[in-house]
Ligand binder design. Sequence first.
Ligand code: CTP
Length: 216
Amino acid sequence: MRVLVTAGPTREYLDDVRYISNASSGRMGVALAEALRDAGHAPVLVIGPVSVPMPHGVVVEPVETTAEMLEACRRHFPDCDGVIAAAAVCDYRPRNRVTGKMSKTGEPITVEMIETDDVLAELGHGKQHRWVVGFALEAANERENALQKLRAKNCDVVVLNGPAAIGAEETSVELIGPDGRRLAAWQGTKRSVAHKLVEWIERHLAARQPQNDTHR
Ligand code: CTP
């Protein structure tokens, strides 16, 4: 299979030197790309700015902003069998990016923020025969919110995790299906969880697809 993986944070710039972002390390997405590669698949990793080393034997598309992530995903998704969206995408961006560097004024400032495009929602709604695995980072009403995201973004399953996963070596996840049921639960290193998820996808999502790939 050829599989698109989104990973890492995105950055949204206030001016040419300042941005808002989050503490995502990109580890989960890199572990997923490695697990896919190890299982004989062809991952395409679209990844925001991170300091972890990039995996060998994987097509890597580094991006910075959400708009760049969306553009790269639009380009690669049509050639893929599915997507795993592990990126911690910035939900808001400043409405205006100032050219150069904003100077201090000695007064509080207000920055108007608008929503960024939802990369996963766009891929989900245009998925046709492809499978779509989303992530949901929830701090409260976890399963309910995860199910809402699954529906809103037209995912086949959602990997539910918590804020402790951001930037961490280990993670604890639940796989939530379209009826809100827990289909699996795994915890451990992101590497081990990535392998479990790839195995699950092979068994439950890839198996139902027409076999037209040359990568396996
Ligand atoms: N996602 C995305 N593009 C965005 C926001 C989120 O592709 N602009 C994807 C993430 O990669 C993840 C899923 O959508 O697979 C859910 O992300 P999450 O941060 O949990 O939720 P949001 O949709 O951002 O909603 P909220 O922040 O309100 O919980």
